[in-house]
Design a protein around this ligand. Structure first.
Ligand SMILES: *Cc1c(COP(=O)(O)O)cnc(C)c1O
Length: 240
């Protein structure tokens, strides 16, 4: 298996090439390393290679890794790490998320947003949140429909302990770059429209290992990359 630092470099090059092809500065795209199912030692390796933003899908797994990473790198270094929740969030799990995470990408109801805002300690910086959009309106997928997103965005933007940063989406995968781009485009249009409405958004979380080039072509400012950095994941139920 390639070293994580080599994988990170390869991903950075892909981002830089895609940004250049789109006439964008590569600084305009952040890399979120998605570490779900991978042991904390792999996160430590990425951290020591310069990666500071990590995405996790499961709250309990993430909390354990936060504590373990603090023990491995020391409390002072651990404050440089930014933890992003990118998995579904149930309303009974909001308290720990409000207390421990820096970002949540999967807000899709006013109820969950209100709880996160109420449970974020006033002494902490506001919790950064993205609204997850179900751009293809697949009934099985989480996220709010494109049509319903503006009302939710304006409501979340008013919540005192949240900072609405933008939108996130996970379109249905495709191997065809043109199809990938077409699936990202409605999300980017909605993002531009909300900005034109006066919301101060700066983050469009689109793109993963297989489709980050198409996402960057469609304006992504944050790509969420797991496999291309950490290697293949074992399925949860097979994991030891
Ligand atoms: C797992 C996951 C990723 C990373 O996917 P890869 O294909 O491994 O890069 C990105 N975003 C979300 C929401 C995920 O659940």
């Amino acid at each position: 298996m390639a070293a994580i630092s080599d994988n990170m470099q390869a991903v950075s090059q892909r981002i830089a090439r895609a940004a250049a092809a789109a006439g964008r500065n590569s600084d305009s795209v952040r890399l979120l390393a998605v570490s779900k199912t991978h042991p904390v030692e792999r996160i430590e390796e990425a951290f020591r290679a310069g990666q500071t933003a990590f995405g996790e899908n499961y709250v309990q797994e993430a909390l354990e890794k936060m504590d373990a990473l603090t023990r491995l790198v020391g409390g002072a270094s651990a404050t440089d790490v930014e933890w992003h929740l990118i998995g579904p969030l149930q309303s009974n799990k909001t308290r720990l998320v409000a207390e421990r995470f820096n970002w949540v990408h999967t807000v899709s109801s006013a109820k969950v947003a209100r709880r996160l805002s109420e449970q974020r300690a006033p002494g902490q910086a506001p919790l950064n949140v993205l609204i997850q959009v179900n751009s293809s309106a697949e009934p099985s997928k989480s996220g709010v429909n494109l049509e319903e997103a503006p009302v939710l965005a304006h409501a979340v933007a008013q919540m005192p302990h949240l900072r609405l940063r933008g939108l996130m989406a996970i379109p249905e995968p495709s191997h065809d770059a043109a199809v990938q781009r077409a699936r990202f485009r409605p999300v980017q249009s909605l993002y531009q429209r909300l900005r034109a409405d006066g919301l101060e958004l700066d983050t469009l979380s689109l793109g993963m290992s297989e489709d980050l080039e198409a996402a960057i072509a469609e304006g992504s400012t944050m790509v969420r990359v797991g496999t291309a950095i950490f290697g293949a994941r074992r399925r949860q139920r097979d994991a030891a």
